[in-house]
Design a protein around this ligand. Structure first.
Ligand code: SAM
Ligand code: SF4
Length: 352
């Protein structure tokens, strides 16, 4: 393991082994999975400090020179789409809206990867100013993080009193035509009592709410397996107010399992990442804001594509490095195994 000059620890494997890798263009791994969903982190910066993600002071700043530029992001998206079979690109962070050049990134990426879905995961702060221009640049979908509709709970959980900004961001996303809009809530003991109110709000606003089990990726390292709120506990809480009927997964690679609410047509999703992991069906590949490929949230091995880009590598060479990195993807997160070790980076530094 090395520690970069940015203060962000990065583990690098110089040349991942490709022994027995079949000669196929896609991002396959030794467990037979194919990655088709690319997450690209654009920054470590954020306008919130959610306790399950960021430290109070924020993550160590990445120097501008070390961040992927809009042209570099678009080049990687182009390689992913044309050479590697990626079908959806999701911009994330940190908070992607902290990048003033976000619309340019989206525009260049959608130009280089026509037909690939462009989406973003965001806390929606400031989205009301930018939703229309992002749609015009090619953005199609958003996942918006919102854990509670109680202003005091929101302020405690995110360490910022900005519920109103997220709510107007969600309305602006709807008005701009982003579709679908999914609202993601991380399950925390502090907000569990408000989970039914959040779902009721989602039903009234016409946005799909999905609850996510908290993973041991918080920078403060306070996550405990024996104290986390799991899907079973959430279902009990929601069932006191709603009639829930399980309907399974929307598609086999979808992380969320869905329930019909009060007989439908609305649904609620639960992503039980810890208690019912979907690692066996995982179809994701990730690029960090510094341009390294990460095959798994929980795998610290990273391959430096930024250095290759800046060193003059061809698209074919970049694609080969990416394939080799994904071939080595680990079986799963292993949270329940006795030798589980947290990854070096936290969620906000990887890109969730
Ligand atoms: N700032 C944007 C946002 O909050 O949507 C994008 C980045 S954030 C790291 C991406 C997603 O990761 C969010 O939905 C957030 O709730 C989720 N997340 C962060 N820390 C998590 C944790 N420890 N366990 C589960 N999900 C987490
Ligand atoms: Fe920021 Fe998103 Fe992490 Fe919250 S979850 S601190 S909004 S990066």
């Amino acid at each position: 393991m090395t520690v970069t000059s940015l203060g962000l620890p990065v583990v690098r494997r110089a040349a991942p082994s490709t022994v027995h890798r079949p000669e196929v263009p896609q991002l396959v791994d030794t467990f037979g999975r194919v990655a088709r969903d690319l997450r690209i982190s654009l920054t470590e910066k954020c306008s919130l400090r959610c306790t399950y993600c960021m430290p109070e002071e924020g993550l160590p700043a990445i120097a501008r020179i070390d961040l992927l530029t809009p042209d570099e992001v678009a080049r990687l998206v182009g390689v992913a789409a044309t050479a590697l079979g990626i079908r959806e690109v999701r911009f994330t962070g940190g908070e992607p809206l902290m990048r003033p050049d976000l619309a340019r990134i989206v525009r260049l990426s959608s130009e280089t990867a026509p037909g690939v879905i462009m989406s973003m995961t965001t806390n929606a702060l400031g989205l009301h100013h930018r939703a229309a221009s992002l749609v015009e640049a090619g953005l199609q979908r958003v996942n918006i993080s919102l854990d509670t509709v109680d202003p005091a709970q929101f302020a405690r959980l995110t360490r910022r009193d900005r519920l109103h900004d997220t709510l107007i961001g969600i309305r602006a996303a709807k008005q701009a035509g982003l579709d679908p809009i999914k609202v993601n809530a991380v399950l925390m003991r502090a907000t569990l009592g408000g989970a039914a109110d959040l779902l009721a709000w989602g039903l009234s606003e016409g946005v799909a709410v999905r609850f996510i089990e908290e993973m041991p990726l918080d920078a403060d390292e306070t996550w405990r397996r024996d104290n986390m709120v799991d899907a079973a506990e959430l279902l009990q809480v929601l069932s006191t107010r709603f009639e829930l009927t399980p309907i399974g997964r929307n598609d086999p690679s979808a992380p969320a399992e869905d329930w019909l609410v009060d007989g439908g047509p609305h649904t609620v999703g639960i992503i039980a990442s810890v208690t019912r992991p979907f690692c066996q069906r995982c179809d994701r590949t990730r690029i960090t804001a510094q341009g390294t490929v990460r095959s798994c949230l929980f795998g610290d091995d990273e391959t430096d594509l930024r250095a290759a880009l800046r060193g003059g590598a061809s698209d074919g060479e970049i694609a080969d490095m990416w394939r080799a990195a994904m071939w080595g993807k680990q079986a799963g997160h292993g949270i329940d195994s006795a030798d589980f070790a947290r990854p070096v980076r936290s969620m906000g530094s990887i890109g969730g």
